[in-house]
Design a binder for this molecule. Structure first.
Ligand code: FUB
Ligand code: ZN
Length: 627
C-alpha cells in the first residue's frame, strides 16, 4: 500500500474542500505574513548576504519557514494561487541564497555562532531544521515538479552525510525529524544512501555511550540552551527518555518523553520496518503504539498530557484541564499511524488516525484558518484562547501541512487495488494493472455516514477495493448497486475483489447516532463521566451554547441526545443533551449541608470538539458528569 500523489486525489467533500480552500486563501498568506513580521525571513535574508549577528526569534525558527513551504506545496496542489506561489518562490530563493558552499544551512548558527555548528545536537535542532528543509523540498518537487529547493536539500543532506555516519562522527538530532526526511529524500531521488543514513541514526540512538550525555560537558554550546541539562538529567544522572535516547529502539516498549520527537522518530522507524521487511522492529513499534493508544491517548486523539516535558507521563494519566496535547503531537500521531497502516493494512491504525484527525489535530486551527491552539485541553475554565501565532510556532505550519496533504490518510493505492481508510469525499485517478481507474467518493463525512463510491474503468479490470469499517460503526452496510457481490472482511476492511466493468457504484451506510462513551476507570480524571461522540467526532459543551458553565451540568444518559438539523459554525451538526444543572451560589454559603444546592432540569447543546473556541474563550468540557 502506498499514498497516491496528491495531484491524483482531490478532496471534494464540504469539510475538506472548505479547509483546503481556507488553507490557500487565508492560512498560507497569513502565515507568510507572520514569517515576515517575526523576522524569520529576515534571518534568511541576512544569512544570504553573509551578514553576522542579529538573529531574531528562537534558534529553530527556520523550521517554521520550511514547514510553511511544505504546506504551500500541498495547498497549491489542491488550488492554484498566484499569490501563494509568488510568496513560496520568494521564500525558496531566500533559502537557496542562505545556504553555504559546503551545503550547511541554519540561520541561527550562521548569524550568531558559526563556531558552534554541530556541537549541541541534543537541543539545538540543526538536523531537525534540516529535516524540515528536506521534507519541504521533496513536497515541492513531487507536488509541483520544481527542484530548486530539492537541490538545496540534497546539498544539505550530503553535507550531513560528510560529517556523520558509519566510520565518521557518531551523531543524531535531539529532536528527531531528519530520519523520516532522509527516508523521504531517498524515495524522491532513488538514492539509497539517504535512507541508509536515516536508518543508521535510528539504530544508533539509545546505544551507550549517549552522544547527548557527552555534550553536557561542552559549556559553550550548552550555554545556548541551558534548559537542556534539566531535561536530560534526572536525579543528577543522564536519562535519555526525553529524547527517546534511553535504549536502542528495538528495546522500547512504552511511549516516553517528548511527544512530537517520539512521533517523528517512530514514523521513520515504521517506514524502515516496512521497506526492509524488518519484523522485529515492526513488533517493537506495535507494542509502543499499543501502549500509547490503549493507555496514554485522549479520547480526542490528543497525546502527551504534560507541559513539563511536552510529552508522556504514565499509563492512564490523562488530565483534562491541564492536558498539553500539542497540536504537533496529534499531527505526528497521524504520520506514525499512516506508516503503520501502510505496513500492516490493519484498520485499527486508521481508527486512531481518524480520531486524531477530526478531533485533536483539527482543534488546533480556527474555522477562520488564521488562529491556532498550541495545546488542546479537554476542559477550559474560560482562559484558553486561540492566537494568530506563537513565539514557538511549530503548530501553525504543521496543521497547515496536514490539511493540504489529508488525501494521504484518506486513501491509498496498491498493486492489487485501492484502499479507502476514511470515507471522505474525493476524486481519485490511478492505474491498476495498467488500466486507468477513476474512483469518486461522494460524501458529507464526518456529518453523514452515507457515502457513494463510484468506480469507473474503460476496460474490465480485476482489483480489490477495500473500505474501512470504522470501529464506531456497529451496523455498517455495503451494497454494490445492481450486483449481488457480497463483501469479504479482512483486517477491519470490507473488501470487494472483483472484475470491475464500466461504472459501478458502492453504497455505504455507516449509521451515526450520538453515543455516550466512558473511559477505563484507571483514567481517574474521567471517573463518573461520559463523553458524547457521533461517528468520528468527539463533542464538547461550551458555555456559549449551554448558557451556563458546562461544569454545572449533569447529563441524564437515559435520555437520547437529539441532533440539531440546523447547522451552525460552518455547518457542524450540533447535539442537544438533557440532564440537570446546578445553580451557582444557590445555598448562599461556601459550604452547606449535602443536598442543599438547587438543581433544575436543563438541556445543553454540544458541538464538535474541533470547533470549540471559535466564538472567543469560554468554559468548555468534554467529559461530563452523568447519572
Ligand atoms: O522543539 C521543536 C518543537 O517546538 C517541538 O516539536 C514542540 O514540542 C516545541 O517544543
Ligand atoms: Zn507544535
Amino acid at each position: 500500500m502506498a499514498p497516491l500523489p496528491l495531484a491524483n486525489i482531490r478532496m471534494t467533500d464540504q469539510f475538506w474542500s472548505r479547509w483546503q480552500r481556507v488553507l490557500v486563501e487565508t492560512t498560507l498568506p497569513s502565515q507568510y505574513g507572520q514569517l515576515v513580521s517575526t523576522g524569520r525571513l529576515e534571518n534568511f535574508r541576512r544569512a544570504g548576504k553573509r551578514e553576522q549577528g542579529g538573529f531574531q526569534g528562537l534558534y529553530f525558527n527556520d523550521s517554521d519557514v520550511y514547514k510553511y513551504l511544505e504546506a504551500c506545496a500541498y495547498g497549491l496542489c489542491a488550488h492554484e494561487s498566484t499569490a501563494v506561489r509568488g510568496q513560496m518562490n520568494e521564500v525558496i530563493a531566500l533559502v537557496e541564497a542562505a545556504q553555504e558552499a559546503d551545503g550547511y544551512i541554519n540561520t541561527f548558527f550562521q548569524l550568531m555562532h558559526p563556531d558552534l555548528k554541530w556541537r549541541n545536537l541534543n537541543s539545538l535542532h540543526e538536523m531537525y531544521c534540516g529535516g524540515h528543509l528536506i521534507e519541504a523540498a521533496v513536497a515541492i518537487y513531487e507536488c509541483l515538479g520544481e527542484r530548486k529547493l530539492l537541490d538545496v536539500a540534497i546539498r544539505f543532506a550530503d553535507h550531513v552525510a560528510s560529517v556523520f555516519g558509519p566510520g565518521k562522527r557518531r551523531g543524531y538530532c535531539g529532536h528527531q525529524e531528519i530520519e523520516l526526511a532522509l527516508i523521504r529524500l531517498s524515495k524522491a531521488t532513488g538514492e539509497k544512501k539517504y535512507s541508509d543514513l536515516g536508518s543508521w541514526m535510528i539504530e544508533e540512538r539509545g546505544n551507550p555511550p549517549s552522544v547527548f550525555e557527552a555534550e553536557l560537558d561542552d559549556a559553550p554550546s550548552l550555554a545556548l540552551q541551558p534548559a537542556a541539562r534539566h531535561m536530560l538529567k534526572q536525579q543528577g544522572k543522564y536519562s535519555g527518555e526525553y529524547a527517546q535516547d534511553h535504549a536502542p529502539i528495538r528495546q522500547h516498549r512504552a511511549i516516553v518523553g517528548h511527544a512530537v520527537r517520539a512521533m517523528y522518530f517512530y514514523t521513520a522507524a515504521a517506514d524502515l520496518a516496512d521497506s526492509r521487511h524488518d519484523e522485529p522492529l515492526g513488533e517493537a513499534l506495535e507494542e509502543i503504539w499499543n501502549n500509547l493508544t490503549r493507555k496514554r491517548m485522549y479520547v480526542t486523539g490528543g497525546i502527551g498530557p504534560s507541559a513539563h516535558n511536552e510529552g508522556f507521563t504514565r499509563d492512564f494519566d490523562l488530565p483534562n484541564l491541564t492536558a498539553y496535547a500539542e497540536t504537533c503531537a496529534a499531527v505526528g500521531l497521524i504520520l506514525w499511524g499512516r506508516t503503520l497502516l501502510e505496513l500492516t493494512g490493519d484498520s485499527e491504525y486508521a481508527d486512531v488516525i481518524e480520531r486524531a484527525l477530526y478531533n485533536g489535530a483539527m482543534s488546533g486551527i480556527s474555522l477562520s484558518g488564521d488562529l491556532y491552539f498550541y495545546t488542546n485541553p479537554l476542559e477550559s475554565r474560560g482562559n484558553h484562547e486561540r492566537t494568530p501565532w506563537f513565539e514557538c510556532a511549530c503548530c501553525p505550519p504543521n496543521i497547515a501541512r496536514l490539511i493540504g496533504s489529508v488525501g494521504w490518510v484518506v486513501a491509498s493505492g496498491a498493486d492489487d487495488g485501492f484502499w479507502i481508510h476514511i470515507p471522505a469525499g474525493f476524486d481519485a485517478d490511478l492505474q491498476i494493472h495498467g488500466v486507468p481507474v477513476k474512483i469518486r467518493s461522494v460524501s458529507n463525512y464526518p456529518d453523514s455516514g452515507k457515502i457513494e463510491v463510484t468506480v469507473e474503468v474503460p476496460t474490465p479490470v480485476r482489483f480489490n477495493l477495500r473500505v474501512r469499517i470504522p470501529h464506531w460503526a456497529d451496523e455498517a452496510t455495503f451494497e454494490l448497486v445492481g450486483d449481488g457481490h457480497e463483501a469479504e472482511y479482512e483486517g477491519g476492511y470490507a473488501c470487494f475483489d472483483l472484475e470491475w466493468k464500466g461504472s459501478t457504484t458502492l453504497k455505504i451506510d455507516l449509521p451515526m447516532t450520538p453515543k455516550w462513551v466512558e473511559a477505563d476507570p484507571r483514567v481517574r480524571d474521567d471517573l463518573g463521566r461520559a463523553a458524547l461522540v457521533r461517528g468520528p467526532l468527539v463533542y464538547a459543551c461550551e458555555e456559549k451554547d449551554a448558557g451556563f458553565a458546562p461544569q454545572l451540568f449533569v447529563v441524564d444518559t437515559d435520555i437520547e441526545p437529539e441532533e440539531r438539523q440546523e447547522p451552525m459554525l460552518e455547518g457542524v451538526v450540533s447535539i442537544v443533551a438533557s440532564g440537570v444543572r446546578e445553580e451557582d451560589g444557590s445555598t448562599g454559603e461556601l459550604y452547606a449541608e449535602l443536598g442543599a444546592s438547587r438543581t433544575f432540569d436543563a438541556q445543553a447543546e454540544f458541538i464538535p470538539y474541533y470547533a470549540w473556541c471559535n466564538r472567543g474563550p469560554n468554559n468548555m468540557q468534554v467529559w461530563m458528569r452523568h447519572f
